[in-house]
Design a binder for this molecule. Structure first.
Ligand code: ATP
Ligand code: MG
Length: 270
């Protein structure tokens, strides 16, 4: 067994031991399911399995587990900082690759969707390395790049993963010339459309790292706020400072310390 497999096994064990998963508590009632089908009658439904959510660390779905509680704290802080200011478009970025932007964006979206009356749209705006669909185990036939390049409509691309009040606009193909496309009029139109069409809705953009390409800097122009992920023990302070310097003048509303080692005696997870 590799170290990663061992860690994952430990994680699953800790999550399930912390509180046995109660499907009735996390699944929508029949009435709520009807609500979903009315609200998303044009949206493709691709049910995500609990095993996929667990395997890909989308642990905010599993109520009352230690990790879900951490995401709840994050969500509550975020709501406090954004709701009154009418901020509903947020992007998640970080300094470098692999620090947990997509996992954080997806968990935050799930956690927000669990909030009463809060609907959430999660957009995979990492045109170079789209991964939100993989995290949810989805196989979209089209994605954001088809909206940007092939004139597909937003409605044609939306997927509901079977989590109440959550909708996903996935990515699919990787784009190399992503920066030009991110800066295109069509991308601006997308943000304008989703922001104004769904004023009551939180829209979370998963994005590439700041030191990787200019895309996040462009995206930062369109959104109301930025959530900046820092990987514990990996990202060096000068790199973080450089990334934050690049984002200077943009609205960084908070930082998430990700992959914080578990402290067993306090039952903290990250
Ligand atoms: N809190 C966490 N604890 C443990 N592993 C994590 C955590 N968050 C993310 N990971 C793992 O780290 C890896 C990278 O996560 P993720 O894809 O979210 O990063 P990213 O910043 O979006 O990467 P990229 O820059 O490639 O888009 C994945 O294997 C993911 O499962
Ligand atoms: Mg990512």
């Amino acid at each position: 067994m590799t170290k990663i497999e061992q860690t994952l096994e430990e994680m699953v064990k800790a999550e399930t031991e912390a509180k046995p998963f109660n499907p009735a508590a996390s699944h929508p009632s029949d009435d709520e399911k009807i609500g979903i089908s009315i609200r998303y009658k044009h949206t493709k439904i691709m049910e995500v399995s609990e095993a996929t959510l667990l395997k890909n660390r989308l642990l905010a779905f599993f109520d009352h587990t230690p990790t879900a509680e951490q995401y709840k704290i994050l969500k509550t802080t975020l709501l406090q900082r954004t709701a009154q200011a009418g901020m509903n478009t947020l992007m998640v970025t970080s300094t470098l690759e692999g620090e947990g932007k997509s996992v954080t964006a997806a968990n935050l979206a799930i956690s927000l969707a669990k909030e009463l009356h809060q609907t959430v749209l999660l957009i995979d705006a990492d045109l170079r390395r789209p991964s939100v669909h993989t995290l949810f185990g989805l196989h979209p036939s089209a994605g954001l790049s088809d909206y940007l390049l092939n004139q597909k409509s937003v409605a044609d691309l939306l997927i509901t993963p079977g989590i109440d009040k959550l909708t996903i606009l996935p990515g699919n193909k990787r784009l190399i010339n992503s920066t030009e496309i991110m800066g295109s009029l069509r991308m601006r139109e997308l943000v304008r459309e989703v922001k104004h069409r769904y004023q009551d809705r939180y829209i979370i953009f998963d994005s590439p790292p700041v030191l990787g390409c200019a895309d996040p800097l462009i995206l930062a122009e369109y959104v109301d706020g930025i959530i900046f992920v820092v990987e514990y023990g990996k990202t060096q302070q000068p790199q973080i400072e450089k990334a934050l310097h690049i984002l200077q003048g943009k609205n960084v509303i908070g930082m998430v310390l990700n992959k914080y080692p578990r402290v067993k005696e306090h039952n903290y997870y990250y």
